[in-house]
Design a protein around this ligand. Structure first.
Ligand code: HEM
Length: 502
């Protein structure tokens, strides 16, 4: 008993010392008071609808906010554009936080999401060839094939109804379609989950964002080993493929024994691809469909753009749009940018300072002492969280109406894109930036473009009464849930009817 009491006391003393050692520069940063010493503001950050807490804190306290995490430790929420760019784009001065790396290891093994410093550089160099623009071009027909396969199924269901329309849970169907897409593009493997919802591998990989990390790890390992065995056999048989994994294996073969990825690392990369590239795209397409259902006019304008582009192409029915053609459609691209702006499915970016640093600011902040701060000196070990949701709503970059969903802002040239802050896509923080930015961003944007084209070419998407209760939930990604039906997990029920004629 005495031992327990003294252990507890020592623990409290350490906590108090740590708290006292907090550097004065951080102490001066304004922020909300925490109601819980144990959890700090984590509950608000992670349990409210995704992004809400940061947006509210930003409104009250400005672009850099001090919050508390567990047991009185502190963290900065950074929204200021110059500060965000500095943190994300200064090489490995700021590292992915140890907790996030560990989550990366638990979910996907010791691959890209876990690797750090020189190891990360080595992994990233080998993974990059599969994600270049030229490679993405090859995936466009794959995305079309998967989106069309889903549409064919939907048409059959709709035609069999009396009312000639049907309510589909978009999260479920899109999860199947995007799993098939990542399987084919990443590995030339057909999960076949659109046709067969009972496919064992596909079922194992469904809805992973809501499963415990331990289950994710088990599923990932099993799927990856099974798929890699097939892939190695294919490569040994000399079958040439354009998939991401073949690019990785080929690049790896060129490496010296010192820099080559080990078998364990190769398995982890595949798990990273399946984990990073599936639920992210599923949910992004879902959020696009949600906004289309809420905006029938926008939907009609987009359909008209798709129709006129299709006509101009004067192609045979079996041919599909090229990436260049997709890129040439102003409203389609505005829609993609606006979806990724308002629904950044990777909700938080956690970073830790690997050395003492000074964070520059776009505009000064007033500290709690009344002092004006132009920059923030921080010691090694400082933890920060970048909120893409809050960053993407910065009125200085995206206009006064930044909190509203309005794709036209991109067409009317109201978005400041000239001084890109190092973000890979449209000045948005949705794919992060710098050495750890999303390696799959081109893949994700092309997939989103294709699914919007196929959905709107074939269907009219309509709202359902449940849409009023949709909530953006923070799971491992920003997922749609329905208030009052949280126990049912992710769902997005939308009514779909056929477009009269193409
Ligand atoms: C809309 C879809 C997507 C979004 C919003 C997204 C977002 C992100 C973000 C924000 C990061 C950085 C996370 C951090 O540093 O904390 C990231 C990393 C990553 N993403 Fe994506 N992603 C998407 C799709 C994809 C796809 C399709 C793939 C693969 C096919 C992919 C693979 C990865 C990988 C492997 C990393 C780790 C990169 C590294 O640490 O070097 N992502 N993603």
């Amino acid at each position: 008993m005495e031992t327990t009491a003294s252990l507890l006391l020592s623990f409290l003393v350490v906590l108090i010392l740590l708290y006292k050692r907090r550097p004065s520069s951080l102490r001066e940063i304004p922020g909300p008071k925490s109601k819980s010493f144990v959890l700090g503001h984590l509950r608000e950050l992670l349990q409210q609808p995704a992004g809400l807490a940061e947006i509210e804190w930003q409104r009250v306290y400005g672009d850099v906010i001090r919050i508390q995490t567990t047991f009185g430790s502190e963290q900065l929420v950074v929204i200021d554009p110059k500060a965000v760019q500095h943190i994300l784009c200064s090489g490995y001065k700021w590292r992915r936080s140890p907790v996030r790396r560990e989550m990366g290891r638990l979910s996907s093994g010791k691959g890209l999401a876990w690797a750090d410093g020189e190891t990360h550089k080595r992994h990233r160099k080998l993974m990059t060839p599969g994600f270049r623009a030229s490679e993405t071009e090859h995936f466009v027909p794959v995305f079309f094939a998967c989106a069309e396969a889903m549409s064919t199924d939907w048409k059959k269901s709709i035609l069999s109804t009396d009312e000639q329309s049907h309510v589909f849970d978009f999260t479920r169907f899109l999860s199947h379609a995007t799993l098939d897409a990542i399987g084919l593009a990443a590995l030339n493997y057909d999960f076949g989950s659109i046709k067969n919802h009972e496919n064992e591998l596909a079922k194992a990989y469904e809805g992973l964002t809501l499963k415990p990390l331990h289950d994710v790890a088990q599923v990932g390992n099993r799927v990856a080993h099974q798929l890699i065995a097939q892939k190695i056999e294919e490569i040994q048989n000399g079958a040439p493929h354009n998939d991401i994994y073949t690019s990785l294996v080929q690049a790896n073969l060129q490496e010296s024994s010192k820099t080559r990825l080990s078998d364990e690392e190769l398995v982890a990369q595949l798990r990273n691809l399946l984990f990073g590239g599936h639920e992210t795209t599923t949910n992004t397409i879902c959020w696009a469909a949600y906004e289309l259902a809420r905006n029938p006019d926008l939907q009609a304008r987009l359909r008209a753009e798709i129709k006129s582009t299709w006509k101009r192409e004067d192609r045979r029915e079996s041919d599909e749009f090229t990436l260049k053609k997709l890129e040439s459609m102003p409203l389609l691209n505005a829609m993609c940018k606006e979806t990724l702006r308002c629904y950044p499915v990777a909700i938080h970016l956690f970073r830790t300072a690997n050395e003492d640093d000074v964070i520059p600011l776009s505009k000064p902040i007033i500290g709690t002492t009344g002092r004006t701060m132009m920059e923030i000196p921080v010691p090694r070990g400082t933890n920060i969280v970048v909120s893409p949701s809050a960053y993407n709503r910065n009125p200085a970059i995206f206009g006064k109406d930044a909190s509203e969903f309005n794709p036209d802002r991109w067409i009317e040239g109201r978005v400041k894109t000239e001084d890109s802050l190092g973000m890979p896509y449209a000045n948005l923080a949705s794919f992060a930036a710098g050495s750890r930015s999303c390696i799959g961003w081109r893949f994700a944007v092309a997939e989103l473009q294709v699914f919007i084209v196929v959905l709107l070419r074939n269907f009219i998407i309509e709202s359902t009464p449940k849409l009023a209760n949709i909530r953006r939930e923070s799971a491992l990604a920003m997922i749609p849930l329905i208030e009052g039906e949280l126990e049912k997990g992710t769902q997005l029920p939308l009514r779909v009817r056929l477009v009269a004629s193409k």
